[in-house]
Design a protein around this ligand. Structure first.
Ligand SMILES: [Zn+2]
Length: 64
């Protein structure tokens, strides 16, 4: 479960609700409700399945 880091939004999303992509600064998903960027980190398990962990130390909106 991910939580949108836009504090005025704060919506929660399952992995199946969001599209994870790389816009050049790492993997992220855009909140389907407000469009804020939320960065994630990919982990590949030994059995080949990928899981994503939300990164919480990057501001939700980049200035670059
Ligand atoms: Zn949001």
């Amino acid at each position: 479960m991910f939580t949108c880091r836009n504090q005025s939004c704060g919506a929660e999303w399952a992995l199946s609700d969001v599209v994870i992509k790389n816009e050049g600064q790492g993997l992220l998903f855009r909140c389907p409700m407000c469009g804020a960027r939320n960065y994630v980190e990919r982990h590949d398990a030994d059995d080949g399945t990928a899981t994503y962990e939300q990164i919480t130390d990057i501001p939700p909106r980049g200035t670059r």
